[in-house]
Design a protein around this ligand. Structure first.
Ligand code: FAD
Length: 382
C-alpha cells in the first residue's frame, strides 16, 4: 500500500497534521515511538497558555487568530474541557519586551488589549503584587488549552476518519526521491507520496544531514496549593506572564481540579540535555525556579508544593519556529524548534503541514519561519 502522507511523530503537531490531512481525504500513516499521548516529550503537563497579543513577533498574530478559531471549534465539538478562555495579564519592568511587544502586536492587529493602571490592577486582580516600577496589561483573547486532551482529540479525529496511527513504532530511517518516500521502523517498511516530520525534541536525529541548529532543554513545571485557594480560580484569576529585571519570565494558570493547585513555570531555556538520556525525575532544587517568583508576585498562592514535572523545550537559535520543506526533498516538510511556545498553534500548524505536504505551498504567511534564515547559525540554550 502507498499512503498519501506518512506523519513521523504523533505528539502535538503530528496529531494536528494527521487530523487535518485525514479531514482532507488523504490516506495517512502516523508513527509514534512512545504511547499516544505520553509524558516523555513536550505535550504533557495539563495546561498550555494560549495568547494572541504576541510579544515574540506580530507576524504570529494571523496564525493565532486561525488557531483560536480552530480551538473553539474543537472544544465545542468535544463538549468542552479542551480550551479555556480566561484572558491574560502580562507584567514587567516599565519598557519590558513582554508588555511593549504584546501591546505593539495588539496595536498592529487591533486586538482587545490595554495597559492596566495600578488602581485597575488592585481592583481587578488583587492577587498580584508587582514590584516598584513594574507595569501591567490585559488581553482578552487568551487562556489555556488542555494538551493531553487536545492531542488525544486530534488523534481520535484522525482515527475516526480512517488514518492508520501506530504507537510504539519508532522510525529508524527514511529516504526520499522524486517519486515518494520510504520509511523504516522496527516493524516494517512503509511507502508514501510525502513525509511530514513532527519529531519535537528528536528532530535533530530525524532531520539527519540537515544540521538544524536545535538545543533541547530540561524544563520544570510546578503546582502549589495556594494559602487562599478561593481567589485563584478563573474568571477571578487569569493566565499570566511576568517578566523580571533579567528579561526572563514566569507564567502561570488558574486553579484546575486535576491536578489540584495553581501551576507556575519559568520560561527560559533550561539545561541542555539529550532527550534519550534526560533526567526525568525531579530534584529538590527544581522547586527553586518557581518558589521565589510565587512569593514575590503572588504571596497568597505561596503555599505547599504539590507536584513537579519535567518537560522538554526544543529551542531554535532565535526562539522562532522552523516550518519549511526539506531543501533537498520537496516532498518532505517539517516543523521544529518551537522554543517552548508552539502548542497554542497546533491546529494552524496542522493546516500548514497539510498544505505543504500535498500542494507544496501554503496561503498562511510563514515566510518569517523558514529554515534559510538560520544559515550559518549554531544551536542556543543554556
Ligand atoms: C514545560 C513546557 C511548557 C510549555 N508551555 C507552553 C505554553 O504554555 N504554550 C504554548 O503554546 N506552548 C508551550 N510549550 C511548547 C509546546 O508544548 C511545544 O512547542 C509543542 O508541544 C511541541 O510539539 P511537537 O509536536 O514538536 O513535540 P511533541 O509533542 O513532543 O511531539 C513529537 C513527537 O515525535 C515523536 N518522535 C520523535 N522521534 C520519533 C521517531 N524516530 N519515531 C517515532 N516517533 C518519534 C516523539 O515521541 C513525540 O511524541 C511548552 C513546552 C514545555 C515543555
Amino acid at each position: 500500500m502507498i499512503y498519501d502522507v506518512i506523519v513521523l511523530g504523533l505528539g502535538t503537531f503530528g496529531a494536528a497534521a494527521a487530523a487535518e490531512l485525514t479531514a482532507r481525504g488523504k490516506k495517512v500513516l502516523g508513527l509514534e515511538q512512545f504511547s499516544i499521548p505520553h509524558a516523555m516529550g513536550s505535550h504533557h503537563g495539563h495546561s498550555r497558555v494560549f495568547r494572541t497579543a504576541y510579544f515574540e513577533h506580530p507576524d504570529y498574530v494571523p496564525l493565532l487568530r486561525q488557531a483560536h478559531k480552530r480551538w473553539i471549534e474543537m472544544d465545542r465539538k468535544r463538549g468542552g474541557g479542551l480550551f479555556f478562555q480566561t484572558g491574560a495579564l502580562y507584567a514587567g519592568p516599565r519598557g519590558c519586551s513582554t508588555v511593549d511587544g504584546a501591546l505593539e502586536s495588539a496595536r498592529r492587529h487591533r486586538l482587545d488589549a490595554h495597559r492596566l493602571t495600578p488602581s485597575d490592577l488592585a481592583a481587578r486582580f488583587p492577587q498580584f503584587h508587582l514590584p516598584q516600577g513594574f507595569e501591567a496589561m490585559w488581553e482578552s483573547c487568551a487562556g489555556y488549552i488542555a494538551p493531553e486532551h487536545a492531542v488525544s482529540w486530534m488523534v481520535r479525529e484522525a482515527l475516526n476518519g480512517g488514518a492508520d496511527l501506530r504507537g510504539h513504532e519508532k522510525v529508524f530511517d527514511w529516504a526520499a526521491d522524486g517519486s515518494g518516500v520510504v520509511v523504516h521502523t522496527q516493524r516494517g517498511v512503509f511507502h508514501a507520496r510525502s513525509l511530514v516530520i513532527t519529531a519535537g525534541a528528536w528532530s535533530s536525529q530525524v532531520l539527519k544531514n540537515l544540521h538544524v541548529p536545535l538545543t533541547v532543554t530540561r524544563q520544570v513545571l510546578a503546582w502549589y496549593w495556594p494559602r487562599r485557594p478561593a481567589i485563584f480560580s478563573a474568571p477571578a484569576f487569569p493566565v499570566w506572564a511576568i517578566e523580571n529585571e533579567e528579561g526572563l519570565f514566569h507564567y502561570g494558570f488558574p486553579m484546575t481540579p486535576s491536578p489540584p493547585g495553581v501551576k507556575i513555570a519559568l520560561h527560559k531555556p533550561g539545561v541542555a540535555i539529550d532527550p534519550d538520556s534526560v533526567d526525568r525525575f525531579t530534584r529538590s532544587g527544581d522547586e527553586a525556579q518557581t518558589r521565589a517568583a510565587l512569593g514575590r508576585y503572588l504571596p497568597d498562592a505561596d503555599g505547599q508544593l504539590l507536584a513537579l514535572s519535567v518537560c522538554l523545550y526544543t529551542n531554535s537559535p532565535d526562539g522562532h519556529f522552523i516550518i519549511d520543506r526539506h531543501p533537498a526533498h520537496p516532498n518532505v516538510s517539517f516543523v521544529c524548534g518551537c522554543s517552548g511556545h508552539g502548542f497554542k498553534f497546533a491546529p494552524v500548524v496542522g493546516e500548514i503541514l497539510a498544505d505543504l505536504s500535498t500542494t507544496g505551498q501554503t496561503a498562511h504567511n510563514i515566510g518569517f519561519l523558514g529554515l534559510s534564515r538560520l544559515a550559518g547559525r549554531k544551536g542556543s540554550g543554556t
